[in-house]
Ligand binder design. Structure first.
Ligand code: SAH
Length: 228
């Protein structure tokens, strides 16, 4: 069974979106991964299929209702589904490559996309949703976050990325940022490619790349060096 993504959203038209193009899109067409969407609106209450209501205690905006959202989640991911259930949320744990790798090795993911002010807290508890953030900024909905997360996961699935090797030296693998890249022309606007890269000495090249990766990480993301 290939990796199966189920997205619970008020905007199913946003999927596969950019994931229908390029390597992810080809892999989707081949069946290397699957994508299903569940439209929260179909589980709305009343004649108008209401999905949200005003926040208890007052305040701005609207909140996705627990009864409506849980029904949509249950349709997408019935009891016994072994896939992790994630809620896209700025309050969540920041997304990291190590987790992306774990999820890519698993059966798939259920991704719940919030809208408005967010979702009723009881659904997070009652449906065991793991909150995941794609960064310290606020989006208008979870859909772009889900697309971002899926893009990161899908490119790691077997057969999706042509060159498997680029997986291991890449930024965040080994808690380092990647070394700089160059290609032809050798001279461009008076700037040259570092001579070591044309030396043919693979040991020296590997050493230079490692040193550059460490220098960039120290300068830009010292926090990566000291984390587990
Ligand atoms: N009132 C909320 C923000 C709601 S934004 C707060 O202050 O925390 C609406 C929806 O967009 C959220 O429910 C979530 O699903 C999504 N979202 C917004 N920012 C996000 C981020 N950085 N990462 C992942 N999802 C995000």
């Amino acid at each position: 069974m290939s990796f199966r993504a189920s997205v619970v959203t008020l905007y199913p038209e946003m999927f596969p979106g950019p994931l229908g193009l390029s390597l992810a899109g080809k892999a989707l067409t081949r069946g290397d991964w699957q994508l299903q969407t569940t439209h929260i609106r179909e589980f709305g209450t009343g004649r108008h299929r209401m999905v949200d209501d005003t926040p208890s205690g007052g305040g701005a905006g609207m909140v996705l209702r627990a009864d409506v959202l849980s029904s949509a989640i249950d349709a997408a991911s019935p009891a016994g589904d072994s896939r992790p259930r994630l809620l896209m949320s700025p309050r969540g744990r920041p997304l990291r490559q190590a987790e992306v790798r774990e999820w890519a090795a698993g059966p798939g993911l259920v991704l719940v996309c919030g809208r408005f002010e967010g979702v009723d807290e009881r659904v997070i508890e009652g449906r065991n949703l793991q909150e995941v953030s794609i960064g310290d900024y606020v989006l208008s909905g979870g859909e772009m976050a889900a697309l971002t997360l899926l893009d990161a996961v899908v490119r790691l699935l077997p057969g999706v990325m042509g060159n498997q090797e680029s997986g291991n030296t890449e930024s965040f693998e080994n808690d380092l940022l990647e070394h700089p890249h160059y290609t032809r022309p050798v001279s461009w606007e008076g700037r040259e490619i570092p001579p070591v890269l044309s030396s043919g000495d693979h040991g020296a090249i590997a050493k230079w790349r490692k040193a550059e990766a460490e220098r960039l990480t120290r300068d830009r993301r010292p926090d990566l060096l000291n984390r587990s």
